[in-house]
Design a protein around this ligand. Structure first.
Ligand code: HEC
Length: 138
């Protein structure tokens, strides 16, 4: 059987669309930021869910809005932590000056929402979102 170039191209296109469907990236906005903030506290749904998950699992140590409490001020440390480092730290935990953070890798709720938590904390660290309760953009 003669395999035409067109056949190969079509197969590659199918494989690509299939794999990209498995790794759906979060929408990265035009300016490269993983969140949208409007009117001070209105945020996109991923950032909003990120905040909810953050409140449930992280706020008791890092403060209601990430400003620090028993553990570090994430609005500050996130300035020097990129997305990959953030993902690794959350999965593995961290022994720091202030104590030790547990690893979250067995917590599905945290692990599947790491991107969203990152969006929320990134918005806080960038100063796009203040220490206010986020609401969904209508
Ligand atoms: C039991 C308390 C506790 C909880 C809950 C907790 N952390 Fe931490 N976290 C810490 C401690 C302690 C450190 C180390 C701080 C230091 O450097 O002294 C830390 C460090 C970090 C760091 C590294 C940056 C830094 O400031 O050192 C990130 C990122 C982080 N935590 C994210 C999270 C996220 C996201 C959650 C929720 C899924 C979470 N933490 C929940 C205690 C906690």
């Amino acid at each position: 059987m003669k395999i035409s170039l067109r056949y190969i191209m079509a197969s590659v296109a199918v494989i690509c669309s299939f794999t990209s469907a498995l790794f759906i990236p979060l929408p990265v906005l035009a300016d490269g930021r993983p969140y949208t903030v409007k009117q001070n506290n209105k945020v996109d749904s991923d950032t909003f869910i990120g905040y909810k998950v953050y409140r449930t699992w992280c706020a008791r140590c890092h403060g209601t809005f990430g400003q620090g409490l028993a553990a570090s001020d994430l609005t500050n440390t996130l300035k020097n932590t990129d997305r990959d480092d953030f993902f690794k730290i959350v999965a593995r935990g961290k022994k720091g000056r202030m104590g030790e953070m547990p690893a979250w890798q067995s917590n599905d709720n945290v692990m599947k929402n790491r991107d969203r938590i990152y969006s929320y904390l990134r918005a806080r660290a960038d100063g796009a979102l203040g220490a206010v309760t986020p609401e969904l953009i209508d």
